[in-house]
Design a protein around this ligand. Sequence first.
Ligand code: NAD
Length: 365
Amino acid sequence: MRVLITGGAGFIGQRTGELLLKQGHQVTILDNLSPPAHDGPPALPAGMDLVEGDIRKREDWVKALKENEVVLHLADHHDYLPSFSKLFHVNTVGTAILFELLLEGKPSVRRVVLGSSMAVYGEGKYRCGKDGDVYPQPRRVDALERGIWDPPCPVCGGAITPMVTDESVARPTSAYGLSKLAQEELVRLLGDRHGIEWVILRYGAVQGRAQPFQNAYYGALRIFALRLAHGQPPLLLEDGNQLRDFIDVDDVARANVMALAGLPTGAYNVASGRAHTLMDLARILLRVAERDLAPETPGRYRVGDARHAVPEVSRMKAAGWEAQIGLEAMAREYWQWLTSQPNLDTYFEGADHLMERTGTVRVAR
Ligand SMILES: NC(=O)c1ccc[n+]([C@@H]2O[C@H](COP(=O)([O-])OP(=O)(O)OC[C@H]3O[C@@H](n4cnc5c(N)ncnc54)[C@H](O)[C@@H]3O)[C@@H](O)[C@H]2O)c1
């Protein structure tokens, strides 16, 4: 296959590109090498053809599309900082330009695979003893301020139990999630209408070696590891009991290649199928790093975070894909990689202060 990967110089894109090259495919990358993912030109694997450009610019797409047959669209803006307009500008406008060009005479492209996120589910699916399956509203800031972390039933206001969330209902509760859902809907609508095959992959929390530590605004493993490398204990948001599904980047790369090669059109959760709390992750990392420190939960929270994110993975399993790498192996590999890197000092404090200054991370009273 001749594959264009947008955002191909990033964490998931590089790994997928490497796998594609190993399998004998041709890989072009469209990437603007922007911060915070990059703080200089990345060392890309040999064999990738880099077009340095921006998905918000038609002329850059034209240079990159060339004779490529399939597009893995990963370039996006993702942030917890209040850069709302940029989220939509990059994620939706960039995607709309791709489809304009495909309709204007780029018949070589027959399939678009979009890298999306669990963020489209917002708080996800819960069960209420009285009201059955429910999808909670965004958590209220006044409740978070008082340290009330669990969302109530949106119908009766009572206590509810988190469930695994399948692909059927997406209700984002953050600007980022909304921008990803808008991006998904563009791909779905325009792909169906104009006969372009499409696949949407909603990734869990992707971790693994070479996840760039300079982007310390999100990614639990990199944030905890960066603190540990500075002798500080993992600092957990809320009470640390938030459930997440951590998936290794190599497993994600395999899912991407499978989707490019011919997964039937549709949306799929790409995750391990195993839920862990953030506290579990912190303890595993402490064990792997052999540090005698206790995780701290001073009641900090991040506006826009979902309490739990537990995807249902049977669609990908039915298609023949399953995650192979467990959380401890992910943590060990990341710790080994991070502690071999130079210049760790530059990044951590700045990211932490910026999140507090912008009101992105707050402390419950
Ligand atoms: N990493 C995760 O945990 C995770 C989870 C869910 C979904 N995703 C999705 O996977 C995709 C890739 O994520 P990642 O972790 O590899 O991110 P990353 O930040 O490492 O890579 C993104 C790449 O996109 C490039 N980029 C950003 N804006 C661009 C623009 N305007 N034009 C061209 N290139 C641009 C960046 O330079 C970077 O190389 C994203 O769409 C993201 O929403 C990631």
